[in-house]
Design a protein around this ligand. Sequence first.
Ligand code: NAD
Length: 469
Amino acid sequence: MSESVYDLVIIGSGPGGYVAAVRASQLGMRVALVESGPLGGVCLNVGCIPTKALLHSADLLDEVREGKRFGISVEGLNFDLGGAMKHKDAVVKASTDGVGYLMKKNKVEVVTGWGRLAGRGQVHVRLNEGGERTLSGKQIIVATGARPRPFPGVEFDGQRVLSSTDALRLTTVPSSLLAIGAGAIGVEFASMYRAFGAEVTLVEALPRIVPNEDEEVSAELAKAFQRRGIKTLAGARVEGIDAGGEQVVVSLTDASGKAQQIAVEKLLVAIGIAPNTENIGLEEAGVKRNARGFIETDGFMRAADGIYAIGDCVAATPWLAHKASAEGVLAVEHIAGLHVTPLDYRKIPACTYCNPEIASVGLTEAQAKEQGYQVKVGKFPFSANGKARVLGQSRFGFAKLIADRQYGEILGMHLIGPHVTEIIGEGGLALTHEATGESLVQTIHAHPTLHEAIGEAAHALEHGAALNL
Ligand code: NAD
């Protein structure tokens, strides 16, 4: 058993852990990164990156189906899930290889094995290749992430009761799929497998799909999904799941109180995540967890003396890759004694890659009102946006801005429509710089672009009407 001394030992190499390692190395620290699986964590291996790769195949397929209106007809259009999976696997490999390259470039020592806190400043690693090592770290960052949460009493079997990880590995397109949970995972897979040809049902306990988004966004997505043939049941209570027969049978009570039984080939359970905070020595180290097992930290991500925690294993939401990376940078810069301030969690953008896409940052209209703001709203539909028409994607979607009536500050930006995940950056910048609606009006938006919709929404916000509507 060998011992090594580091300035920083990080457990977990997802977008929290590996980004923290890079930043620590840039700041002159000697860093060890402990990882038992492939580099990159959920995001790169079985999360953000592979899902978006498959969703790109789904979008292309839908575009080709619509090809005629662009003068393109394809005889005998074929979709090969294996080919889509191959593309996904190549993208994952390039991304995880990239993390390996970054670790080498930044002289971060990757220790492959299961890490566990083992007394002050010590991480014990059970090496994958056999044997053990103890790493001494002046500081330790726990970045162990989270995993899909099963439906109570029903285990994932990888065959018929699927987690998001399983749904990325199917070899054939199921004839029917029911997703429980209409958060990001539920709607992304519903969108994807519908495009691939499955009959899709989406079941959500809360009264609307994507319940964290602005209410108008939920309503717009429900309309778009209906047109795409995705059946949505919001406000439904799942009463039981029988996965013992040929098909999976889901019994539920729908929003009207009617009992329904739906039999499907595959069931996707997408009801949130459980943190990976067991068997890593947290209790002995004095790290506190909330009732659901997520680690409690202060605003600088400190969880106990000499221990920081970041990313999906931490209680602070949203659980998103870019939040994990931002927390990693914050923790490392705090360790380095730089002047840092806690993250403002209200200003973290969220992007969901269903068709149509959703992107938002800041308060929803309802949240702003709840918080006591006198709210004003500006909205502009993509049906009046030239670029959306060029793309043939102007049927659904809009840009919506929420501002404080008193000072004009932008409080939230909510987008649904084509490629909106690429244009929400303007919202992040607006919120970070406490921009007003007037400053968005003064920002000249190039023509023809999708982000003109944001400029138009700003006109509607400030002048009571958009220009091109
Ligand atoms: P989520 O918390 O976003 O959504 C889960 C949904 O399931 C909620 O709407 C909830 O009301 C519903 N639900 C819970 N129990 C239910 C039940 N018994 N019956 C019906 N509905 C039920 O979680 P997720 O979609 O599983 O995603 C997990 C995490 O990963 C989230 O933090 C999410 O933000 C993140 N993620 C993000 C992206 C992205 O940013 N594009 C993509 C995938 C996942």
